[in-house]
Design a protein around this ligand. Structure first.
Ligand SMILES: NC(=O)NC(NC(N)=O)C(=O)[O-]
Length: 336
């Protein structure tokens, strides 16, 4: 996999993405494109419309009286607007019915536009019409330095695509964050895990997802440690801010929760200081702890002792004026 695939999937259903319209979804519904799980397949599962697939599948097109075949498209609202670094078009399990070609366009729209209102948007081609294979994940690097809110997947002329992954860097609208108490560690506000000791079972970015984890796999889980060290993760905050309350959620970790946690913060000069001394944790519990610090931090390190994971990590606080300036100038530069 190329580098961009480790970035969050901005289109993912569990990050608020939605497939808001499609030209056709006769065989399989458009919503499957952004399912968070890997595409599944059971052979010989024929329903009333045909074989069942975990993807978006359109009818076989036939030329009209002018010999025109047309093509199919699906419109996706990103859950998290941002700069797109790469797209994966996955035709998993579509072997005799994949589209031979596909392309992707993107646009930036303010507010909450309907599919009809997006027709006149300024669409930019981010993946040119490219050849596809059946049952394969195709990666396309994207090199457009702009914040996008929607993408349109085109397939030529018809067929089935299991997943569309739109990896990129989240660029939040600073007007929705300035002056408010926010989760400085939320993926949707632009935070990310930059390093961790172990991600054997699941990715530490999962801790920063919105809402609650429905099961263990939707959080961060490490392998069992067999040495005397402990697991840890470093989170780059949405922007420089002051943290007033930390939330360590061990929900769903019943026999593998960490025994304790510590938290430290790094300032813009790169110096680390303790934000929370070693504190015991209970399994399957959401712990909310007020922090006794008004220091500006850009990164935090969460240490779990000795291993296990966390379902969610929330760091409530506010942006400092440096944080607000940074977010505003980035948003402005990428929106112009
Ligand atoms: N869902 C389908 O049945 N699709 C196709 N057919 C099979 N057998 O997969 C097709 O494109 O005709």
């Amino acid at each position: 996999m190329t580098d961009f695939s480790s970035l969050p999937d901005l289109a993912l259903r569990t990050l608020g993405g939605s497939v808001i319209a499609a030209s056709d979804e006769s065989f399989e519904e458009k919503e499957n494109l952004i399912n968070p799980w890997a595409p599944k397949f059971s052979p010989e599962t024929f329903g009333a419309k045909g074989q069942e697939y975990d993807g978006w599948e359109t009818a076989r097109r036939r030329p009209d009286e002018n010999g025109h075949l047309g093509h199919d498209w699906a419109l996706v609202r990103l859950g998290l607007p941002g700069v797109i670094r790469g797209v994966v078009i996955d035709t998993a399990w579509f072997k005799g019915n994949y589209p031979p070609h596909a392309s992707v366009e993107a646009c930036a729209a303010g507010g909450y536009p309907s599919p009809a209102e997006l027709e006149d948007a300024a669409w930019t081609e981010i993946v040119p019409k490219s050849a596809l294979q059946g049952d394969a994940a195709h990666e396309f690097k994207v090199d457009v330095e702009r914040r996008f809110t929607h993408v349109r997947l085109n397939m030529f002329p018809d067929g089935g695509i299991a997943r569309l992954r739109v990896h990129g860097e989240v660029v939040p609208d600073p007007r929705l964050l300035s002056g408010l108490t926010i989760d400085l560690a939320a993926l949707e506000n632009g935070a990310r895990v930059t390093e961790c000791s172990n991600m054997f079972y699941s990715s530490p970015d999962n801790m920063l997802f919105p809402g609650s984890a429905r099961n263990q796999a939707e959080g961060w889980e490490t392998a069992r440690r067999r040495d005397r060290n402990n697991d840890w993760a470093i989170v780059r905050l949405a922007a420089p801010g002051e943290i007033t309350l930390a939330e360590f959620d061990t929900t769903n970790l019943k026999f593998n929760a960490p025994a304790a946690v510590t938290l430290s913060g790094r300032n813009s000069s790169g110096q680390w200081r303790e934000l929370l001394p070693k504190t015991h944790l209970q399994p399957d519990t959401r712990h909310r702890i007020r922090l006794d610090s008004d220091a500006e931090v850009t990164h935090v390190r969460v240490d779990i002792h000795p291993d296990g994971g966390l379902a969610r990590l929330r760091l409530w606080g506010s942006l400092t004026s440096a944080g607000e300036t940074l977010l505003t100038s980035r948003y402005t530069a990428l929106t112009a």
